[in-house]
Design a protein around this ligand. Sequence first.
Ligand code: FE2
Length: 305
Amino acid sequence: MEVVILTGFGSLKTAVDAIRLGAADYLLKPFNVAEIISVINRILAKKKQRDQLTDFLNELGNMVGHESTIDEVRHSLTNKPAMVDFLKKFFNQVMEPGASIHSGNHLEFVRVLSETLENKDPFTHGHSSRVNYYSNLLAQKLNLSQTELRDLQVGAYLHDIGKLGVDTKIIYKEGAFTRQELLLMRRHPEIGVDLVTPIGLSQNVVSIIRHHHEFYNGTGYPDGLKGDAIPMLTRIVSTSESFDAMVTDRPYRKALPLKEIVDELKRFANVQFDPYLVQLLLEIIEEKGEDILPKRFQPSRSMTA
Ligand SMILES: [Fe+2]
């Protein structure tokens, strides 16, 4: 169900909060009927596009999820040119040259893709958006080009796309993984690359998808890349992703307090994370304090009554 907030007590902050908590739109009273109808039409058009994409992705995910080797996945994809064309068409809209990083619209499709993925895994709800947000905070401290910024955003949203190819039973599992399940789960970066290769995304985005689980000391996967051999944009996404894992509740533990997160980041600098990015992230935490933590949805009294 899509939700539109109608309020007589509007402010920029309540509008931003409403959208962040999932409202499709926000209207101030007094409103007129024409305005409501145009909002509803716009939301329905968007929903139709999203449903179409969701169906496509589920089909793709099912197909990949039942294949046993990377080669078979690749083979299946090349045998389904209609699927690849469909995806390509959407990506071309997203990646068209000159698309402004500030326009907001070009990321809509990527956002839908990542939301579809997150629907498969209830514990990562909003994960990709937050990884994008933290990556952006880091990027603001680095001298990145417009192209790098755009690739970083797309990569932050799509880094886990390969999870479409991992069996839902494994993703939903609450206890520890068996060795076999862990191996399957760890295939998601390679499956992700296979999914996007036919679309011709930029090398930066492909690297983020393939390498977001590499460790700075070379003990990560799938390639055991070390230090600067891991591309910078990928290091930004993997630092942001781990940070998000610490600030949110997981099936096996609650979110960590900020003080503990700072200790963890310091402990894993040079191990899992690029020490320079840790230093930048610590500066950001210092500047923003508790504001950096994701907002939790607190039902108001009128809603619980
Ligand atoms: Fe991942």
